[in-house]
Design a protein around this ligand. Sequence first.
Ligand SMILES: NC(=O)c1ccc[n+]([C@@H]2O[C@H](COP(=O)([O-])OP(=O)(O)OC[C@H]3O[C@@H](n4cnc5c(N)ncnc54)[C@H](OP(=O)(O)O)[C@@H]3O)[C@@H](O)[C@H]2O)c1
Length: 283
Amino acid sequence: MKIAITGATGQLGRLVVSKLKQKVSPENIVALVRSPQKAADLGVEARECDYNLPESLDSALDGINTLLLISGSEVGKRATQHSNVIEAAKKAGVQWIVYTSLLHADTSSLSLAVEHRATEAALQEASIPFTLLRNGWYTENYTGSIPGAIAGGAFLGSAGEGKISAAARADFADAAVVVLTSAGHKGKIYELAGDEFFTLSDLAAEISRQTGKDIPYKNLPETDYAALLTSFGLPEGLAQAIAGWDVAASNGALLDEGRQLSALIGRPTTPLSEVVATALKGA
Ligand SMILES: NC(=O)c1ccc[n+]([C@@H]2O[C@H](COP(=O)([O-])OP(=O)(O)OC[C@H]3O[C@@H](n4cnc5c(N)ncnc54)[C@H](OP(=O)(O)O)[C@@H]3O)[C@@H](O)[C@H]2O)c1
C-alpha cells in the first residue's frame, strides 16, 4: 500500500515525510518532487513529478494507492496543475486523494480560495474518494517578518484587529499524517486552525515580550502596505495579494474556533509564543 506525497521537498512536505516515516515503513512512502536531487535526504523513493507536465505524472503515480496532494505554490496556475494531478491519479487507479485546501475554501473571501474551490470541484468530479484538509494560515507566515519588525521597530500589516487562528506548519503536518495513517477519513472535510486566535497586535506584543524591545503593531491602509512590500523588493502582484489577504483577515477570513486540528492530532496546537521563540532563535 504505497502512499505518495507531492511537494515533498517543500516545507510542509518535508515535515510530512519525516513524521510519516515514524508510522509507515519508508518502502511504502514515495516522494513526488520536481527535483529528485533535492529529495536525496528524505530517505524514501523519490519520483519526478511536475504538475505542469502531465506526462511526468503518469509514471510518478504508477502503483500508488493513496496520494497526499499538497497544493502547489505557483498562484494562478494551480487549478490547472492540480487538475492534471487528479486526472493522472484517476488513470493510475489511485484509490484515495488527501488534498491540502484552504480554511473555509467554499466561502472564504481570500483570493487564494478560488483555486482551492476549483480543485475541490475537480476532486468531486473525478469520483475518487477524497479528504479535504482545509488548512488555515501557518503562524510561520508572520514570524518570517520578525527580523524586519525588529530592524524597523514596528510590525506592519493591514489586518487591523482581525482574529487569526493560525497554527504551526508542524501541526498541519501532524494532521496530514494522522489522516493518512488511520481509518475513517474518506469523504471528510476538516477545517484546520489553531486553538487560540491572535491579532497582529497580540503578535507584536509577544515579539516585544520575548525580545525586551518595544515593537508595536502598525496597521496600514491596504495600498500603503502593498506599496511598502513592493519597496522591499516583492513583485507588485504578490505585494498586492499579501495586503489583500491581510484585509480579508481583518474581516475574519482566518478565524475558526472549531478546534478540529487539535482534535485530529490529539494535542493542543503549538502556541504562538513557541513559534515566535523558535523564529527568534533562528533570527
Ligand atoms: N496555509 C498557509 O499559511 C500556506 C502558506 C503558504 C503556502 N501554502 C500552501 O501550502 C503548500 C505547502 O506549503 P509549504 O510551506 O510547504 O510551501 P513551499 O515550501 O513553498 O512548498 C511548495 C511545494 O510545492 C512544490 N511545487 C510547486 N510547484 C510545483 C509544480 N509545478 N510541480 C510539482 N511540485 C510543485 C514545490 O516544489 P520544489 O520543492 O521543487 O520547489 C514545493 O515542494 C504551498 O504550496 C501552498 O499551496 C499554505
